[in-house]
Design a protein around this ligand. Structure first.
Ligand SMILES: *[C@@H]1O[C@H](CO)[C@@H](O)[C@H](O)[C@H]1NC(C)=O
Length: 397
């Protein structure tokens, strides 16, 4: 619009400037938490996505909004599209609400560039009924479910962010970053009970240039897990626990080809988790895990502070020995300290056929959480060097 037209608009009082804020209340959301507000969200997103401005903002104000499974799709016209959550978004607590729908997701964003999801609000997946029927913990229950919704899925999103938000009680994974490039997660809090099944905090898969910083994550599974095709992942300033730790893997399931490289996990604390710095791969996989750095990590009563498991199997004894495996090399462990709640504080358990190589351990001090108990280091089919490592002598052979 030309300046003249704009001034003319001011004079005549008929300014045709496009509106760039889309408040779900203006689309009929109730905000009571009992009526399904999905349609209001769908319509607010539709208008935000097609508006001809550089910038658009969907506003979820104070209030409680009940949403059924939803997909917010792009590509959108605005270069930057904000999704500001000030209130509370809740899922239906009943798995029946997913009947006939994709039960892997609740709120998904797809094909959006410049997406920013943030706000001081709360997103509650109400996962309890899903946990109660999960095959993981109730394998004998008739009709038990293996797949349950992820709270936030970001699929093929570029140059996007998720920040300043509180995410709780996911039926399964809380946040999934899939097929995305340039994705930053900052200052999020993710919480689910310690015994909730498969409730990973953040899972990254087939994605590149992802940063996760300044966040607090405590769940029933991995705080953060990194999947088969990932590179340039930077994870820093995380407080993890309870949960299974920060994990690269499990990789290479069903003989998949893996390419995981340039991963850095640093300046983080793990408290009461089953694992600390973990890499796990299935036998039979192919490809590489390389250029991995674990640096400046503090462990407090962690069961496996440092672990590589190249023979990962989810149900022990059901995986047969295979002659291929994912190659692991150039892994650095530096400035790691704290307490181990198991005897083997350092356990590099690599494959006979595809040994781990060029592992560097430097400045590590791990002691038993029980005073007076000794901890040990075990390295199998792993080659590398160590300086200032306690417990030491892992690479003896
Ligand atoms: C290494 O992995 C094998 C196969 O899973 C297992 O039997 C063995 O106990 C592991 N070793 C250690 C030290 O954990």
């Amino acid at each position: 619009m030309s300046l003249l037209m704009f001034l003319l608009g001011l004079v005549t009082g008929a300014i045709a400037l496009p509106i760039d804020e889309f408040n779900v209340y203006n689309y009929g959301a109730s905000g009571f938490g009992e009526i399904d507000d999905s349609q209001a969200f769908v319509n607010a997103w539709r208008d935000a996505c097609i508006v001809r401005t550089h910038y658009a903002r969907v506003i979820v104000p104070e209030g409680t909004f009940l949403l059924n499974p939803l997909m917010f799709s792009g590509p959108c016209n605005p270069q930057s599209i904000h999704f500001k959550i000030l209130g509370t978004i809740i899922a239906s607590g009943s798995p029946e609400s997913w009947h006939g729908r994709d039960s892997s997701q609740w709120i998904a964003f797809k094909d959006v560039t410049g997406l920013n999801v943030y706000g001081s609000g709360l997103v509650d997946g109400q996962g309890m009924h899903w946990w109660d029927q999960s095959c993981r913990y109730h394998p004998k229950l008739e009709g038990c479910t293996k797949l349950a919704p992820t709270i936030f899925k970001f699929i093929s999103c570029k140059e996007s962010t998720l920040s300043n938000i509180y995410i709780v009680n996911s039926p399964q994974t809380h946040v999934l970053i899939l097929n995305s490039k340039g994705f930053n997660v900052d200052n999020v809090m993710i919480q689910s009970p310690e015994h909730s099944p498969n409730t990973d905090g953040i899972h990254i898969h087939s994605s590149h240039s992802v940063k996760i910083t300044n966040s607090i994550i405590g769940t029933g599974d991995d705080c953060i897990s990194i999947g088969d095709y990932t590179s340039n992942i930077d994870i820093a300033n995380i407080e993890c626990g309870p949960g299974h730790g920060i994990s690269i893997g499990s990789l290479g399931k069903n003989r998949k080809v893996v390419m995981v490289e340039h991963i850095r996990i640093s300046d983080s604390k793990l408290k009461g988790t089953t694992n600390g710095a973990r890499i796990k791969t299935w036998q039979g996989g192919q490809g590489n895990v390389r250029h991995i750095t674990f640096e400046n990590l503090a462990f407090d009563a962690v069961y496996n502070p440092i672990i590589i498991d190249q023979n990962y199997c989810d149900v022990s004894g059901t995986c047969k020995e295979e002659k291929t495996g994912v190659k692991i090399n150039d892994v650095v462990y530096k400035n790691l300290y704290g307490t181990s709640s198991s005897k083997i504080a350092i356990n590099l358990n690599c494959s006979k056929y595809v040994p781990c190589s060029r592992i560097t351990m430097e400045n590590i001090n791990l002691v038993s959480v029980q005073e007076g108990n000794q901890v040990t280091a075990s390295c199998t089919n792993a080659k590398g060097t160590e300086v200032g490592v306690n417990p030491g002598s892992c690479f003896r052979n």
